[in-house]
Write a protein that binds this ligand. Structure first.
Ligand SMILES: Cc1ncc(COP(=O)(O)O)c(C=O)c1O
Length: 423
């Protein structure tokens, strides 16, 4: 939808934009915050919808949306089927089914040594996205409150912060380390900072914050009496060393809400089973909002995700091994699998190798795709970039055996596999 007067653009667009701007309400803040509503009323689709439509139009690889190509583990799928058949189809308890809250507590203890009371310190949500939105709406209170966010960032952060009427303060991840500069971070966190919002491991770069960065976040939060909200949905999709939740750092637990979900870990993104954990009073504050967003969701999927969280170590080890292999492929073929910009930073020697890979669905506070020269989209329309990406993959397929890339490739993971020298 556009609103310019250039020849060929129907007046209907302009009239529609005028009508849209007359609809007052918080939706305008959310849409503007996410960069979807321009001052003249042009309302853009979300970046996910835009890229998915472009990929369909061009029969192209969709490198934009982060969903897996394979189904989840059979034990998890069977548990959901069994739950549906055995009648677990009505509203579950508001905080989530006890079996899932117990499994989340066990998981946090098993992998990170975190002790949680499943009755008071865990809340099941409709995916990590609802946990994030409920937490931001619950804890922010208008334009005086600031949220420090590392950019590029998952697009829902900006929308939820804007919906809460608060201010997003960006801190860019800098090339090539894809780390925030500590001075930038110190300058961004002030007494106005209500929340430092952390996404570690980070989407879209795959970077994991160093111990220094994590430490600084906690120190700054303590100094300025800020809360920390962490989005850890990629906790098991790591390319090197194991993930360290910020809440395990000294001084952090009392001021940190930790968010994750089963979508990425168990390849069940459509189930939208997520959770938030932390101090009981903060969790209660989130619950106060969450219960009026969805109340509850996904009854039969909750026990199934509980089964997943209890899978043996080999399952989680294999996830990490697969990520390492994908990083290797991307690093060997950066020009072929990266939609635009991007590159590959070598392993730093501590097993924390990073891939500078920027799907088109990343956002920055300036509405573009990346704050750094190395990772920007070069100004080409995104649809062109998608089309270019599929041509590269197809050319590579022909080069390797006269075959075009298989139709129906849906995401980067399979694109990587397609480019595998062995595959
Ligand atoms: C950083 C990040 N957080 C959260 C989500 C969404 O998680 P969920 O599907 O559990 O709402 C995504 C999805 O891509 C993501 O990239």
């Amino acid at each position: 939808m556009g609103v310019d007067d250039s020849p060929g653009r129907p007046d209907a667009d302009r009239r529609y934009a005028e009508r849209v701007l007359h609809i007052s309400g918080a939706w305008q803040r959310a849409a503007r915050g996410a960069g979807l509503l321009s001052p003249d009323g042009a309302l853009a689709p979300t970046i996910f919808a835009e890229i998915t439509a472009a990929a369909v139009r061009h029969d192209a690889v969709n490198l934009g949306q982060g969903f897996p190509d394979e189904d989840g583990p059979i034990e998890v799928l069977d548990a959901a089927t069994e739950a549906i058949r055995s009648g677990v189809n009505q509203y579950p308890p508001g905080r989530g089914m006890p079996v899932l809250r117990d499994a989340i507590a066990d998981h946090q203890h098993r992998f990170y040594g975190i002790d949680l009371d499943p009755e008071r310190e865990i809340l099941v949500t409709a995916g990590a996205t609802e946990a994030l939105t409920a937490a931001l709406l619950a804890l922010l209170d208008g334009p005086e409150d600031e949220v420090v966010v590392f950019e590029p960032y998952y697009d829902s952060y900006a929308a939820a912060i804007a919906l809460a009427g608060a201010r997003l303060v960006p801190v860019p991840l800098r090339w090539p380390a894809l780390e925030p500069d500590l001075d930038d971070l110190r300058a961004a966190v002030t007494d106005r900072t209500r929340i430092i919002l952390v996404n570690d491991p980070h989407n879209p770069t795959g970077t994991m914050f160093t111990a220094d960065v994590r430490q600084e976040i906690v120190l700054l939060a303590e100094r300025h009496d800020a809360l920390i909200v962490t989005d850890e949905v990629y906790e098991h999709l790591v390319m090197g060393a194991a993930h360290t939740p910020i809440s395990t750092l000294p001084g952090a637990a009392g001021r940190t809400l930790t968010i994750s979900s089963g979508g990425k870990t168990f390849r069940t993104t459509g189930w939208k089973v997520g959770w938030v954990s932390g101090p009981a009073d903060l969790v209660d504050a989130v619950l106060a909002v969450k219960q009026y967003l969805t109340y509850v969701n996904g009854a039969p999927f909750q026990p199934a995700i509980a089964v997943g969280l209890g899978l043996p170590d080999t399952y989680f080890d294999d996830l990490a091994a697969t990520q390492r292999e994908r990083r290797r492929l991307r690093c060997e073929h950066p020009g072929r699998v990266v939609l635009h910009g991007g590159g590959c930073a070598p392993d730093d020697g501590a097993g924390r190798g990073r891939v500078g890979l920027l799907p088109s669905t990343a956002r920055t506070s300036r509405g573009g795709c990346d704050p750094t020269d190395r990772l920007r989209d070069g100004g080409a329309p995104r649809a062109v970039l998608v089309a270019r990406a599929i041509r590269r993959v197809q050319a590579h397929g022909r080069h390797r055996g006269g075959r075009a890339a298989p139709r129906g490739i849906r995401s980067l993971n399979v694109a990587s596999a397609t480019l595998s020298p062995a595959g």
